[in-house]
Design a protein around this ligand. Sequence first.
Ligand code: G3I
Length: 456
Amino acid sequence: MANSSRAPGRSRRLRAALVVSAAVGLLATAGAVVLPGSASAASTLGASAAESGRYFGTAVAVSRLNDSAYTTILNREFNQVTAENEMKIDALQPNQGQFNYGNADRLVQHARSQGMLVRGHTLAWHSQQPGWMQNMSGTTLRNAMLNHVTQVATHFRGQIEWWDVVNEAFADGGSGARRDSNLQRTGNDWIEAAFRAARQADPNADLCYNDYNIDNWNDAKTQAVYRMVQDFKSRGVPIDCVGLQSHFTGGSNYPSNYRTTLSSFAALGVDVHITELDIRNAPSDAYRNVVNDCLAVARCKGITVWGIRDSDSWRSSENPLLFNGSGQKKPAYDAVLTALNNGTPPTGNPTTPPPTGNPTTPPPSGGCTATVTPGQVWGDRYNTSVTVSGASTWSVVVAITPPQRISTTWSGSPTWDSSGNVMTMRSNGSGNTFGFTTMMNGNSSARPQIRSCTAG
Ligand code: G3I
């Protein structure tokens, strides 16, 4: 079933759900106060993320819902949940044909009662298979996997916003190959078969591929997943999103090109999600960077941290989360909330006409011409669009004046120099006009300069 057969309007519903959720959070905590035209001042993660149409979520262990300290933070701060273990294959189908939905249903009920969105994790995975499935192979396994996908997605139909349809199917290291597993050995098409079955069972859920170590744009694993998504999109395999787990923990660090990775996947026409974020020792800078990178990419729909308190973490000795074991906010919490609040797109009325800066058009020496059209202006930021003529594939170099900073781009694939002040925007098949938002950061007069336009 192709994407075009899906029920319309999911994005609007997501946005509406988040607005309602933010309002619920605001009433519940009296914490989020947003005055028209003022800077955002939401005081919880979920409420702040919702102001830009995003979510801020957490993995939840259902057994901890009995811990009132835990649920107090959960209900106050988060507007999205992922079951840490309760929707895995071994949890839901411990014996073949016998489905055990009790714990997962409890989490879904809790989420619904709190206005939280639910990410389903995960329908098909080489790990956490029940014993009966581990012992299968070939057509028998393929059919059992597809039946699991169909049964589970049908059971939760209408309650799951996003499914991690397939989890961790690529190998680590430099090979760019699929991970060897019993599922992979059923044939290379097992992933697309799982996506097709999921779409058929729940046409309204967004279907994601989810993996770890696909954060660094230069890694072979990242490139391999990118090529798979590109291939799926070109052949009409129903994929809507990519989840970057982002466990920056124990040897895998936040990469400086993370934003390029997010925007490059997004340029393929899928949403991107940060699905399992945790960072060893919870450095504020790295958490802040992750948030800013997500906010800079329009198709980055939200961030899920992999647990609430350090004591809840699968790697509790590394203290990688936003709350300490006593449930107190850590410095990284403040960094995340501040970044969410600072990065929230304007809610006031955009003003036109556009600024009277000095947009420039370079000579067509590189085989194309880039023409700047100033766009909307707000109190703290402004938009610019650039139209390229003379070439169908191109790269345009744009320089901005610090402390101004480009925060969002669209309709192109950007890369950045080390200063962050020079962006090279490459065509990505979405037309000859790209755009970007620039934060003024105290300088309201400077405007971006086009340095070159190069065909090819
Ligand atoms: O609940 C049982 C308990 O009854 C038993 O006594 C105990 C001893 O074996 O095991 C307990 O279950 C453990 C479960 O976590 C709950 O704590 C499992 O053994 C253990 O394997 C499981 O680990 C989970 C791991 O995935 C494997 O599924 C972690 O909690 C969970 O955080 C982790 O999450 C994964 C994501 O799904 C995918 N991405 C990576 C991420 C981190 O590994």
